[in-house]
Design a protein around this ligand. Structure first.
Ligand SMILES: O=P(O)(O)O[C@@H]1C[C@H](O)[C@@H](CO)O1
Length: 293
């Protein structure tokens, strides 16, 4: 492991893990789902489950955060083969970005075409309420401004090009599909679209930071997703992402609100049913709207 000089994983390392997984199950997933904090229930949507604990998967990192179970679930969603990460990895856990995004490259080598990323996030947009679901239309990679990008280091062309475009990071057809599905399900009141900004965490943001991020154009702030999206686009998978607004970012010195992980997990529980409906319907409609997955 760590055969790459930047502390990352080589193509062969990723392939070894993908081949090991393929040897353990007949399911060949076309859609890969990543569950955000408190959103692990999304994996329960899958039928005919084949489950691996992260600790049993060669080369896989371990989940260390409450609300991230650390299980990789293969299964089907209305007959469609899927894989679901019940728990992701974050910078603040001490993992390098190449390790955080390793599962995304494994998705690719398993045959996944479309990645669905979910997260819990703080709402910066003053029109957002706790419980809103934001379809991510773009991102701001704050760690990237300081050179922290999962693609730093030698580029292996078998994954993708040296300089991948990110102006189309979030698939527009899938955003539209999600909006259509959300409206059909009667979720119009809490469905939004906006820009997600990633920070390193684990401390939540100060009031001044939230004000700055909002002025910069971010609608929601979190600690994940962007690195996975960049890695997925680099290797040619389509990306759809959504944020559950689990708390209002504190923007006012008069406010008594304090961001906390318990509220994040509770909001995830409160919206679990609608999120499962939304994500499962989107996933099962993907083939009807295009030929990619
Ligand atoms: O994995 P996500 O981005 O959903 O998790 C968010 C960010 C932190 O890990 C945690 C803070 O409560 O939730």
């Amino acid at each position: 492991m760590f055969s790459e000089p930047n502390g990352g994983y080589s193509y062969e390392d990723c392939k070894a893990t993908a081949d090991w997984l393929l040897s353990q199950t007949d399911i060949r997933p076309l859609v890969g789902i990543v569950c955000g904090s408190g959103l692990g229930g999304l994996a329960n949507m899958l039928k005919d489950q084949v489950v691996f604990n992260y600790k049993d998967i060669p080369n896989f990192p371990q989940s260390t955060v409450h609300g991230h179970a650390g299980r990789l679930v293969f299964g089907t969603l209305k007959g469609r083969p899927c894989i679901c990460m019940q728990g992701r990895f974050h910078i603040y856990e001490g993992y390098p970005l190449q390790k955080i995004t390793l599962p995304i490259r494994i998705f690719k080598l398993l045959g996944v075409k479309t990645v669905v990323l979910t997260n819990a996030a703080g709402g910066l947009n003053q029109d957002y309420k706790v419980g809103d679901v934001m379809i991510i239309k773009d991102h701001i990679n704050m760690p990237g401004f300081a050179g922290n990008n999962p693609l730093v280091g030698p580029n292996d062309e078998r994954f993708g090009v040296r300089f991948p475009c990110m102006s189309d990071a979030y698939d527009r057809e899938l955003q539209q599909l999600a909006m259509d599905v959300g409206l059909e399900l009667g979720y119009g009141d809490f469905l939004k679209e906006g820009v997600y900004c990633v920070l390193g965490g684990p401390s939540f943001e100060t009031i001044a930071e939230c004000r700055m991020l909002h002025r910069m154009g971010a609608d929601a702030v979190g600690m994940s997703t962007v690195h996975e999206a960049i890695t997925a686009r680099h290797c040619g998978m389509r990306v759809f992402a959504l944020s559950l607004i689990t708390n209002q970012a504190v923007m006012d010195y008069e406010s008594k609100e304090k961001a906390n992980h318990e509220e994040v997990l509770q909001t995830g529980k409160d919206r679990a049913m609608q999120l499962e409906q939304l994500v499962s319907t989107i996933v099962t409609r993907i083939e009807h709207s295009n030929n990619y997955a």
